[in-house]
Unconditional design. Structure first.
Length: 298
């Protein structure tokens, strides 16, 4: 088994990469029980999910941090995906990312609300996604130790049952006090991923015709969208249905569906199988948060 050695270089940026696109440092938020930034609690003060799938910008932060010790080349995407054509796979390449070409092709504008760096990272293997989760655990625990923060993190991919549980609660738990008729209507729309005007509530295949759908397709096509286009669920998480299907802790099992899957295929209980990296397949992280001193959950 390959041993991955991770270097800890806090806040070191690629000179040509701008800070706003190179944003993979999920620093603890004191006022939220040291919840990592870009995460939301799904079990209060205990377990959290990343708000969205891991993005290209966040993954670039990771690769740069470990590239200096030679580990980074293992994690470079090589399946067909947005980023792959601009990555140099050669060992210890200095110019490993053609950012200029990438920005030009995808018309990067730093003033835009959504940029290409906000798209989910895809084209990765299960082992690469697991390695990223393990690196986050080491990296952010080292950060906590260095900065005197009494907290310990354990990042991982959600299990299939965890994904299904939190995706289901995310579309039901905050509507429990509604009248039965209104609650059932709302949940039906969320499960179908469309509102009463048939406008999409997630990025799925075969969307019906409505003004907002037409605008989205005109802007982003029938492909991956940037993360966070649609409204958050009851927990504050986004894109648990559609856009990029998400790897789980069980190799070969993905959940959530993608832009190539129908709304029905993107339901929490549905499963997408895979055997290799895919342009429609990404991942998000979950994290357990504990006090370092007691090793007990908050």
């Amino acid at each position: 088994m390959r041993t991955l050695l991770f270097a800890f270089h806090f806040f070191i940026l690629i000179p040509c990469l701008q800070a706003q696109v190179f944003d993979g440092h999920f620093e603890p938020q004191k006022k939220k029980g040291n919840l990592p930034r870009k995460f939301v609690w799904v079990e209060e003060q205990k377990m959290a999910l990343k708000e969205t799938e891991v993005t290209i910008g966040e993954y670039l932060f990771f690769i740069k941090t470990i590239m200096e010790d030679g580990s980074g080349t293992f994690f470079l995407p090589n399946a067909p995906c947005i980023l792959a054509d601009f990555i140099d796979q050669s060992e210890r390449s200095i110019q490993w990312f053609d950012q200029k070409g990438f920005n030009e092709k995808y018309k990067y504008d730093s003033k835009s609300e959504y940029t290409i760096y906000d798209h989910p990272i895809t084209g990765l293997s299960y082992e690469q996604a697991m390695g990223y989760a393990n690196w986050c655990t080491e990296y952010f625990n080292e950060y906590s130790d260095t900065n005197g923060i009494d907290v310990s993190y354990s990042f991982k991919l959600p299990s299939p049952s965890e994904f299904e549980k939190f995706a289901t609660l995310g579309m039901t738990s905050c509507y429990e006090k509604k009248k039965t008729e209104d609650r059932e209507k709302t949940i039906k729309q969320l499960r179908e991923c469309k509102n009463e005007k048939k406008c999409a509530l997630c990025n799925y295949a075969n969307k019906e015709v409505c003004e907002s759908n037409t605008k989205l397709i005109s802007k982003f096509g029938n492909e991956l969208y940037p993360v966070g286009i649609f409204f958050p669920n009851c927990f504050g998480a986004m894109d648990l249905q559609g856009n990029a299907a998400e790897m789980t802790s069980d190799k070969g099992i993905a959940k959530g569906g993608s832009y190539l899957h129908t709304a029905g295929e993107s339901l929490p209980e549905a499963v997408q199988n895979y055997t290799e990296p895919q342009p429609w397949l990404g991942f998000r992280l979950s994290v357990m948060v504990r006090k370092s001193s007691s090793l007990k959950e908050f």
